[in-house]
Design a protein around this ligand. Sequence first.
Ligand code: ZN
Length: 438
Amino acid sequence: MLQTAERRIMTEETILTDDRKILSGVRVIDPVNRIEGLFDVAVEGGTVASMEPASGNGSGLWLIPGVVDMHVHLRIPGGENSETLETGLKAAVAGGVTRVGMMPNTTPALDTPEAVSEVTARGNSLGLALIHPVPAVTMGRKGIECTDFEAFSSMGITCFSDDGSPVMNDSSLAEAFKRLAPLNGVVIEHPEVVELAAGGAVNLGEASNLTGAKGIPEEAEYRDVERCIRILGESGTGCRLHLTHLSSPESVRLVAQAASEGLPVTCDVTPHHIALEETELLRKGTLAKMNPPLRSEESRRKLVSMAASGMVSAVASDHAPHHRSKKDCLIQDAAFGITGLETLLPITVDKLVNGASMSLMEVVAMLTSAPASVLGITIPGITAGEPAEMVLFDPDEKWTFTDSLSLSGNSPFLNTELRGKVLSVWRGRELYREGQFV
Ligand SMILES: [Zn+2]
């Protein structure tokens, strides 16, 4: 195994002209085109100019498509003291994320084509990561009146969520399935039975015992997974349903069972639920508080092995920035959520490749092509002639996550050593290199 410094020297981008670079002996892992191998890749004018098979052992670095984080809270409008479009999208790029699925639980909620277009256009004009909006399923996320799916669909938006809350009313959820099925739309459900989770702050079990804060049982999650699958089945629509940030192995089992019975149901997990367990609260306090909460070590292990066996289609960060004032308080009172854009890629690779022996192709797919397919978007792979939208990643470099680019620093991974580092990110042009925007 080469040392980091040697690897870095070997892959020092050879700059042939101002605008042409060669990445020598990189491992291309491209789930879009199902290509994996060692290549010398030339990038020119924002395009992959050529890709030639490389000989030897290569540099140890990976070249993968830009990461698609399908679950991101950019907090705009209404949360400008937690995140701005610029800080959020810069944090994305630094994490190798070139596309974000923007969640609608803002103030006011993103529930009209006008509001969604305005924020999306503003974010996308920055030339950083691209925003793919996920508008609300119901007006104001109140669970009563569905939003104008047809108008959104004519804008190319097919993915909806009341995230922050479940879609409250069974009849509204059934209506969403009925109207979205012909549009090839998707409901992304934040599974939670509000009555079972009410007042809770941490996992019901060791965390609630140790902290004295009120517990949230896993049942609060999987009972809602059960409800959504039942309503989908009864609707007979064949609409797509995606269950997000699953923390309970029972939830994943229900999704896999529904899928095996032919329902188009998929799910994602977060890096924190596969990396951390509930006693992290004792070390990190409110920085380890999120909804759903960190679960027991037993559940965490099961979640990892279920992901490794193909029962989970994507990993998403659930990036949820909060102003310091919302976290500098007692666990019971603190806001739910942690930032995650900058740690999504390294933690997922470390836990699922190094920790669970998943294939590189499967893990990269969970971070790129699979979430893209839920969002209903196409992303470029890594092929000669395609626009360069990709990440140069060192899977072995160890580094300490100290300075977050997010406006909020509420990550339990801050000041922690991580394995796997983003070196360069392209989207059309090179946006980021060795810790700097270029
Ligand atoms: Zn959520």
